[in-house]
Design a protein around this ligand. Structure first.
Ligand SMILES: O=c1ccn([C@@H]2O[C@H](COP(=O)(O)O)[C@@H](O)[C@H]2O)c(=O)[nH]1
Length: 232
């Protein structure tokens, strides 16, 4: 597979369990996402170990802070050599522009920089609690347009917004979609969900999938099955 579509969310508390899963995978079958839990537990050494095994890494730390702090954080991610890094679009224009500028010295070697719009665990009522009267779709479109104006490579959104975003912002603007649930798997805390095949058909470029793979009895087999369905 030249450009694997699945980004496996490595949300393990146990490093040995994580590595035994990773050791059964081929870097051509997926990329790996390191998020807040594992990065807090195991730090940059984990990212380096995954690189050493030949995997490309999405560092999903969702930076959300003042422009100077976020710029330095994304530069630190670039120093680690990750494939993709992200910030929260709600950090605003100046923050996203600072993040983009911080990656300029890395040229072709820079990570892809994307911004989180509305978390896939959120629905209309959650936005209302925050005083936002827009629908998730409208809020995603607003934040994704701002992200594109700031020169970032794409956004994290749900697959439900993918078709509209592709027509609004163009094919090249990357859409990374968590909230992916193969049929029969548990929804958990996710709210805006879709199956892998439907998400790709809707316009997702990359699918973030965690628990349906990592909590399965045979994680490698579930990943193979998803990749098989996507190639049909
Ligand atoms: O909007 C978002 C942004 C990030 N995530 C992350 O993706 C994975 C999803 O894991 P599942 O187990 O498949 O639900 C997880 O690491 C989240 O932190 C997201 O779900 N939604």
């Amino acid at each position: 597979m030249q450009d694997p579509k699945v980004l496996v969310a490595l949300d393990y508390a146990d490093l040995r369990q994580c590595m035994s899963f990773v050791d059964g995978l081929e870097p051509s079958s997926c990329r790996l996402k390191v998020g807040k839990e594992m990065f807090t537990l195991f730090g940059p050494e984990l990212v380096k170990a995954l690189h050493h095994k030949g995997f490309e890494v999405f560092l999903d730390l969702k930076f959300h802070d003042i422009p100077n702090t976020v710029a330095k954080a994304v530069a630190a991610a670039a120093e680690l050599g990750v494939w993709m890094v992200n910030v929260h679009a709600s950090g605003g224009r100046r923050m996203m522009e600072a993040a983009k500028a911080a990656l300029q010295p890395y040229g072709d070697k820079r990570p892809k920089l994307i911004a989180v719009t509305v978390l896939t665990s959120m629905e209309q009522a959650d936005l209302q609690d925050l005083g936002i009267e827009l629908s998730p779709q409208q809020q995603v479109e607003r934040l994704a347009s701002l992200t594109q104006q700031c020169g970032l490579d794409g956004v994290v959104c749900s697959a439900h917004e993918a078709t509209a975003l592709k027509s609004l912002l163009g094919e090249d603007f990357l859409l990374v979609t968590p909230g992916i649930r193969p049929s029969g798997s548990e929804q958990g805390d996710q709210r805006r969900i879709m199956t892998p095949v439907e998400a790709i058909a809707a316009g997702s470029d990359y699918l973030v999938i965690g628990r349906p793979i990592t909590q399965a009895a045979s994680p490698k087999q579930v990943l193979q099955q998803i990749n098989q369905e996507l190639s049909e």
